[in-house]
Ligand binder design. Sequence first.
Ligand code: PHE
Length: 448
Amino acid sequence: MASREQFSSRTGFIMAAAGSAIGLGNIWGFPTNTASNGGAAFVLVYFVMAFCLAYPALMAELIIGRHSRSNIVTALRFISPNKATRLLGTGVGLYGVLIASLILSFYGIVAGWMVAYLLEAVAEMIGWSEASHWLTGFSFERNVLFMGVFMLLTMSIIASGIEGGIEKWSTRLMPMLLVIMVALIIYVFTQPGAMEGLRVYLLPDISQIKPALIIDAMGQAFFSLSLGVGTMLVYGSYLSNKENLPKLGVAVTLVDTGIAFTAGLLIIPAIYVAQHNGTTIFAEDGSLIAGPDLIFQILPSLFDSMGEIGVFVAFAFFALMTIASLTSSISMLEVPVSLAVEETPANRRQATLIIGGLIFGCSTIILLSFETLFGFVIDLTTVYSQPLLGVALCIFTGWIWHRNNLLQEIKAGHPEIEGTWFWKVWPGYVKFFCPVLILMAFFQSVAG
Ligand code: PHE
């Protein structure tokens, strides 16, 4: 077998893993979830969930991945001690691959909208109003075209492999993302109305913490850290044995939650600036408008009201969204592609082409019956499957994998770990606490 590719540096890995984590989930999902769950109280619970539940699960994926040096299916088989658990590993792994692919098939549609709005800003700049009209209209043709463009971008990066594709592009795009975001925040803060938004965002009203909020915060944390479907597992499999995994996991969690928090500093004040400029920001039931209307109506109307500079702000904003989506979509596509490359005779290019084509087909089907399928696929993947897969991975780590091998793997790259709290707490924590808590929250949400 040809030697397996690896990330060339620690920074490269952090950029790639943070790139996967930081996406529409942070810049759109987190602020809108915050808005519809009563503001700062949600932010508080989200941080608790991210560090107490999502971080331990992230560590499980990274550790399994680096130990087995393979895609999720092969990895779960590899750590299984007997035939029955190997079969279970194959089942869970394949389900994870399916869910990662389905997430990409709706994510690609949404990312396509971002590309269309990005081009719309360009069309505005050059005064091409007919094109601008078409680009923002919700037609099947526009949706398929830009979903396809976005899929091609994703595929071209994945076809170039780990170092030359994922690492290179994450390292280029992530700093750009940060610069655009900070520039936008500075601009929005100078606008009237921004401070009102900041207050809603930062001053928690503890009475808002209800079961629904806790479940939303957990789902948000799992989606945001790309958990359950084998993305972090496969990224971990490209890490060198010299790296200190618990530390890298903390870095990724901190960057991801930090960017989500920063995105909130942009989006929530922007909503209130839009209100100040005359846009309605509350729905009929009194809640803040949070869904697609927020991104595709409230914010564009804000950009319009800014005069000359508005179209440049719009361009920057949709560039930010496109970049964030791309560094996430590549990590989703890597899940099935790594399986195909390692378990079939296909090479990386062929695998990318075939799987990318299949996912394009899935997205097209979703677009064909958008009303029924779009919401259904999102719920199936993110609300139901991701938490359950998270539980399955905790069970593999805590109950199925031989404990000595697990401890050995944690020690690699961090020989003094035995003195740390991570060593003392984490193995028992993922074994008992995580699965029970995730399941409790899950059944609460399903029952509710
Ligand atoms: N974490 C990504 C985001 O916040 C989404 C994602 C989910 C990426 C699952 C990979 C796997 O947008």
